[in-house]
Each structure stands twice: as structure tokens, then as C-alpha cells.
Design a protein around this ligand. Structure first.
Ligand code: C2E
Ligand code: MG
Ligand code: MG
Ligand code: MG
Length: 293
């Protein structure tokens, strides 16, 4: 009797809450489309630091949306909405063009050549002629293909044959751009994919970095992943390092690149080169004291 009552109570509660969530999603979706059209989205840039040289070798472009009433909305919330509504194809192309345009502007301003990484959703990759669209953006913006990195997640592997994935990645790789496997280890990683697909970089998920300065087991696991990646000729990027102690461990594990709040959060385009310069100055200052950084 009690369980039945509780069950009914839950069902009654559940429906309006669910309906409200759907309403909010639709509403956000509509606002997002308008925001894209009105140019109300912005790309921010997070530095990636080479631990051996202390140089900022690149930036990851990350979308930022400030909603007129709700304030800043996380891409973790609006990207899935853009993906399920199909808006991601236009939105993704916008980010790609914006990031390449910005990268070209930095080169023209005399800044050192740095990679620009752009996140790409599976729906974009599977839209017709994605590689042609990338080539067109590179030509239009004049950003060198060798400085562009496309970040793809493991969700790419859902619903497609390895042959199809391989063909698509080869076409992209053929343009001269780098390919990164993003969020490695957060999903159902198949090591087989790593040996067979043309990924240049492996971005190790934050979950593997968190705790490495205090837990020996986590250190061993990450060390193993890094050694494996090197064996396969890939460059490892550690995501989400927040503590200086983590950077020290990452250096000792031979991790090449680090991206995380410990160096900088994502930055507006006009701030990014200034912060990059200060990260490099700081690394230089630290050099005599420590071997790495
Ligand atoms: P991601 O590609 O894995 O990007 C890294 C995320 O980690 C970013 O979150 C970044 O701000 C955050 N992060 C970096 N360092 C740290 C750290 O030290 N600690 C913590 N706690 N977080 C850190 P953000 O900007 O909120 O983006 C979330 C996700 O949204 C991205 O994860 C990516 O999957 C997606 N996203 C963002 N921009 C785009 C885009 O232009 N296109 C697509 N398709 N997805 C995007
Ligand atoms: Mg990414
Ligand atoms: Mg990631
Ligand atoms: Mg992610």
C-alpha cells in the first residue's frame, strides 16, 4: 500500500517537472538560434602549455553564450541542445571560421605561430562534405592548416563503421590539420581505435588528472596512458590541471602539453596573447629553480 502510494505520488510529480524541462529546452533552443543569428556568441581561448619549453603552443577555442536574462550559460548545457536541434552544424561552422580568423589575426599582429583547436561535434563531421567546408574556411581566412587542430570525442564512434570513420578522418588529416581525441577515458574508449585511426593528439580527460598529486594509483594509470600514447606516436594533452603539484607530476610523467586553470581559464580573444606572454615569462623565471617549466 505504501509503495503504491509513493509510486503514484512520484508519477504525479514527475510529469509537470518533465514538461517544464522540455519547455525550457525549447525556449533555450529558440534563444540560441537567435543568438547565433545576432552574433551574440563568443569564442574564448584557453592556453595550452608545453611543459618542456614553458611556451604556450596553442589555444583551445571554447564557445561562450551570455543569455539576456539568464546570464552566462555553459556550453555543457547549450551544445547538447544545439546538437539535438541540428543547429550545431551552423554553430560549429561559425566557431571554426571565427577561430581561424582570430588565429590569422594573431599571426598578422606578429605573434608567434600557435595552434588553434576547435571542438567538432559528430553531427558536423557526418554532415555532407565537412572536409570541404574546413578547406574552404582555411582558404577564406588564410589560417595555415598545420596550425589548426580539430577536437573530436569518442561519441564519434557511435553508429558508424570504423571504415567510414577512418575514411572521414583520413580526408581531414589530408588537409594538413591535426586531429585530437578529446575527453579520452571519459567514455567507452577502445584502445583499438587509437592504433588504427589517425589521431595526432590525445586529450586525457580531467578525471585522470584529478588526484594525481595525492594518489599513487592515479599517477600510475596516467603514466601508463601517456607511455601508450607515446608508443603510438601521439602527443598527450592533460586537461583540467588545477594545482601546481599536478603540473609537477605531469612533467615527471613526460606529459607534453597541459591545459587547465592552473595556467589560465579560457580568455577573451584580446586578453589571450597577453596572458600567454605572462605564462611564458613566469615559466622562464622558474627555470633555474626547476628543470621543467
Ligand atoms: P572540452 O572540449 O573538453 O573543453 C574543456 C572544458 O574544460 C572547458 O569547459 C574548459 O573551460 C574546462 N576546463 C579547462 N581547464 C579546467 C580546469 O582546470 N578545471 C575545470 N574544472 N575545468 C576546466 P567549457 O568551456 O565549459 O566547455 C565544456 C564542453 O563544451 C567542452 O569540453 C566541449 O565538449 C563543449 N564545447 C565548448 N565549445 C564548443 C564548440 O565550439 N563546439 C562544440 N562542438 N563543443 C564545444
Ligand atoms: Mg575540447
Ligand atoms: Mg575535453
Ligand atoms: Mg567535453
Amino acid at each position: 500500500y505504501m509503495a503504491k502510494e509513493a509510486g503514484r505520488g512520484r508519477a504525479r510529480l514527475f510529469e509537470p517537472v518533465y514538461a517544464q524541462a522540455v519547455d525550457e529546452r525549447l525556449d533555450l533552443g529558440r534563444h540560441l538560434r537567435r543568438a547565433v543569428e545576432a552574433g551574440a556568441l563568443e569564442a574564448h581561448y584557453q592556453p595550452q602549455v608545453d611543459l618542456r619549453t614553458g611556451r604556450v603552443t596553442g589555444f583551445e577555442a571554447l564557445l561562450r553564450w551570455t543569455h539576456p536574462e539568464r546570464g552566462p550559460i555553459s556550453p555543457a548545457e547549450f551544445i547538447p541542445i544545439a546538437e539535438s536541434s541540428g543547429l550545431i552544424v551552423d554553430l560549429g561552422l561559425w566557431v571554426l571560421r571565427e577561430a581561424c580568423r582570430q588565429g590569422r589575426a594573431w599571426l598578422d599582429a606578429g605573434l608567434p605561430p600557435r595552434f588553434v583547436s576547435v571542438n567538432v561535434s559528430p553531427a558536423q563531421i557526418w554532415s555532407v562534405d565537412f572536409d570541404t567546408a574546413v578547406a574552404a574556411v582555411l582558404a577564406e581566412t588564410g589560417f595555415p592548416s598545420r596550425l589548426l587542430c580539430l577536437e573530436l570525442t569518442e561519441s564519434l564512434f557511435v553508429d558508424h563503421t570504423e571504415q567510414r570513420i577512418s575514411r572521414t578522418l583520413m580526408a581531414l588529416s589530408g588537409l594538413g590539420v591535426r586531429l585530437a581525441l578529446d575527453d579520452f577515458g571519459s567514455g567507452y574508449s577502445s584502445l583499438g581505435y587509437l592504433t588504427r585511426l589517425p589521431f595526432d593528439w590525445l586529450k586525457v580527460d580531467r578525471a585522470f588528472v584529478d588526484g594525481i598529486s595525492t594518489t599513487a594509483e592515479k599517477r600510475k594509470l596516467l603514466g601508463g596512458i601517456i607511455a601508450l600514447s607515446h608508443g603510438l606516436g601521439m602527443t598527450v594533452v592533460a586537461e583540467g590541471a588545477e594545482l601546481p603539484a599536478e603540473v609537477v607530476v605531469l612533467g615527471s610523467l613526460d606529459c607534453a602539453l597541459v591545459q587547465g586553470f592552473v595556467f589560465s581559464p579560457p580568455l577573451a580573444a584580446d586578453e589571450a596573447p597577453l596572458v600567454a606572454a605572462s605564462i611564458e615569462r613566469e615559466a622562464f623565471r622558474m627555470q633555474p629553480k626547476r628543470n621543467r617549466l
